[in-house]
Design a protein around this ligand. Structure first.
Ligand code: SF4
Length: 331
């Protein structure tokens, strides 16, 4: 058993400003399917996340973003195999056993803002009851301290105190999101993982949700936001990582990505050009099946810049995994 497991409910050590909160190196996830088929859901992902920073992990549905998030929380199904490392405060999340993950990681080192907050909340219990239970479990508070800490957690997520005694079905989508965020913040985990937190919300609510998440990053948390919503990513992120067919193909500063000089990977450019407020030109074709990836660059069949060199997989160099990275010629 690790030291972390023995310490049980102890608060995680907060990283120094010059120390990454999350250090992911060579993370790969494979699913073994019936008949011997293997799905390459994530391949060789590497990135670091610093205190107070928001990294947006973007890409089309099925590109591996949510699998990566599940790997960090130890929530992969039994047929998954992982490789690589994902360090948070010296603990390798990929190597940790279930007991360690349950006792010292989920909620304590890594807070999860879930994709479907309404589904994440227990329908037959009030928000107050769920918050108090989480406070008791993560902080050990009892008695009157429990009530005060639950109310403080609600306040941190801008959840109104006069709604604490409501049940989840009595909440709007926005308030359910805030309740789920409040639960994620109880343990004051240095890393917040938000998995598609704006799905199903109208634009107003998207903006409010990402602004609230940004406040938590500004308060010193590291925030990994997984999203296919590029407008939300632009609003919140310091850096952007673009995934395609299970690989990170571009990793760059958000202002350079969304502004000038723009992304250098043809797929990342295509994602931006597909936006209605930009060229509104969809990327031709479809992503490959993760169970039948082509040899070489997985984007080649859709890429107008493909050459014979693209028959080998490009490494991520200077933030771009492409044999022919595009120069900043955007109008
Ligand atoms: S490596 Fe080749 S096929 Fe892949 S994105 Fe770059 S230019 Fe296109």
């Amino acid at each position: 058993m690790t030291t972390q497991a023995r310490t049980g409910g102890a608060a995680p050590r907060l990283p120094a400003p010059d120390e990454p909160v999350l250090d992911v190196s060579g993370l790969s996830v494979r699913f073994r399917m019936r008949g011997g088929r293997r799905i390459a859901a994530v391949t060789d992902a590497s990135f670091r996340l610093w205190p107070g920073e928001c990294l947006a992990l973007v890409g089309e549905s099925g590109c591996g973003k949510s699998v990566l998030a599940s790997a960090l929380l130890g929530l992969l199904p039994a047929n998954a195999q992982t490789a690589g490392r994902a360090l948070v405060g010296g603990l390798d999340l990929l190597a940790a056993d279930e007991r360690t993950l349950a006792r010292t990681v989920r909620g304590r080192r890594v807070g999860l803002v879930p994709q479907s907050p309404a589904a994440h909340l227990t329908p037959v219990r009030t928000v107050r009851s769920q918050l108090q239970e989480t406070v008791r479990e993560l902080t050990g508070a009892r008695g009157s301290g429990l009530r005060a800490k639950a109310e403080a957690a609600a306040e941190r997520a801008a959840f109104p105190a006069d709604h604490l005694d409501r049940y989840p079905h009595q909440l709007s989508g926005g308030l359910a999101q805030r309740a789920a965020t409040a639960l994620a913040l109880v343990g004051d985990a240095p890393l917040l993982l938000a998995d598609e937190p704006t799905t199903g919300l109208d634009r107003d609510l998207v903006d409010r949700t990402v602004d609230e998440l940004r406040r938590h990053a500004d308060a010193g948390h590291a925030l990994l936001m997984i999203t296919h919503d590029l407008a939300a990513a632009e609003r919140i992120a310091d850096r952007v990582a673009v995934m395609y067919a299970g690989r990170i193909v571009e990793l760059t500063d958000a202002p350079a990505f969304f502004g000038e000089p723009g992304p250098r990977h043809p797929y990342a450019r295509g994602l931006l050009d597909a936006l209605p407020e930009r060229a509104f030109t969809p990327i031709p074709g479809m992503p490959p099946e993760l169970g039948a990836l082509p040899a070489g660059c997985a984007f080649a069949a859709r890429c107008e810049h493909a050459t014979a060199a693209c028959k080998t997989v490009p490494a991520l160099l200077d933030g771009t995994a492409c044999h022919h990275p595009q120069e900043p010629t955007r109008a």
